[in-house]
Design a protein around this ligand. Structure first.
Ligand code: TXA
Ligand code: MG
Length: 304
């Protein structure tokens, strides 16, 4: 019932708050330039920063993008799931120019969340879905946070509970040498095991426009690699640590998956306590830690 209403809203050019396994998205019909324009406007997002096209099956993905052997291998291994592939564009009507920011490439992903899959099946076409936050704010990982961010702009909203992964998808460009544009839940080593070494994202703004945008910034300053909080600071702890009024423990047992799932919600909670700063404990850099530390650096304002 809710799914049918949400699919009808998409068909009418409306925006839909969409749960995925990574973060909540603000979805629109990828083929409808007016609907896509409304997404940029709702987020306050610059239109030179292209969107990800979400599809329900491989056949749809192969229509909108041109797959090579590397893309096939990664899609086989990780879809549906938290991996986005940037490929040469196929059908340019299925994902309109504005959604691609005029590029001749397209970002494609097949999400795993059951509600996202049901909506994509009911709608039938590709759906753009940037994270449902307003531009420059942490991605929402709960229904309440998504509704708080952009709910007033949405014609329908689906409650899929808290997001299991909690960080945005890994973005890999397969245009020339494979490049890691955004680390995420599918780790560098999992990808390299299948297609060989990943080059770093280039500084070239045309190829990696997302790296220019300011991201994931809470209102309070963020202090990283903090062994302990100072008076007035909120603290995001990791591992066994003393509890306190302004302490949120990302994972008492030291589990990086738990850190990823809690990160954005705890950044928001800490921010709401209006501290002098949010101090964050050191988090290991290996595996999923690469994506977690990437988001923390952006929250602290160290990256573009
Ligand atoms: O997990 C996710 O990917 C979430 C959920 C909702 O699916 N979506 C998401 O979308 O994080 P967004 O718009 O917040 O991030 C998309 C990223 C941006 O960094 C953007 O620059 C990059 O993908 N991107 C999209 N199309 C691209 C393209 N053609 N070339 C290079 N980068 C692209
Ligand atoms: Mg985003």
């Amino acid at each position: 019932m809710q799914i049918a209403e949400a699919a009808a809203a998409l068909r009418a050019g409306g925006l839909v708050i969409l749960p995925t396994e990574t973060v909540y998205g603000l979805a629109a019909d990828a083929a409808n330039p007016q609907a896509v324009a409304a997404v940029y406007e709702a987020k306050g997002r610059p239109s030179f920063n292209p969107l990800i096209a979400h599809v329900g099956d491989l056949a749809a993905a192969r229509r909108i993008a041109r797959f090579d052997a590397r893309a096939e291998r990664l899609a086989q291994a990780f879809w549906p799931g938290p991996l986005t592939l940037v490929l040469p564009v196929g059908d340019t009507d299925a994902v309109c120019d504005l959604a691609r920011a005029g590029l001749d490439t397209v970002a494609v992903r097949m999400p795993a969340h059951p509600l996202a899959r049901r909506l994509l099946a009911a709608f039938g076409g590709a759906v753009v879905a940037p994270s449902a936050n307003r531009s420059g704010r942490p991605s929402p990982t709960t229904y309440a946070d998504a509704v708080e961010e952009t709910g007033d702009k949405a014609a329908a909203a689906l409650d899929g509970g808290p997001c299991a992964v909690g960080l945005e998808s890994t973005v890999v460009a397969l245009l020339d040498a494979p490049r890691l544009l955004r680390p995420g839940a599918v780790t560098r080593s999992e990808i390299e095991a299948l297609i060989g070494p990943l080059a770093e994202a280039e500084a070239d703004a045309k190829r990696s426009p997302g790296r220019l945008a300011r991201h994931y910034a809470p209102k309070s300053p963020v202090r990283l690699e903090a062994e302990a909080p100072q008076p007035g600071e909120a603290y995001l702890a990791f591992g066994p640590a003393a509890a306190g009024e302004q302490v949120w423990n990302l994972s008492p047992s030291g589990d990086l998956r738990e850190v990823a799932a809690n990160l954005f919600a705890y950044l928001r909670a800490a921010d709401r306590s209006a501290p002098t700063a949010i101090a964050v404990a050191p988090i290991p850099h290996e595996g999923l830690g690469e994506a977690i530390n990437d988001r923390l650096k952006r929250a602290a304002g160290f990256v573009g």
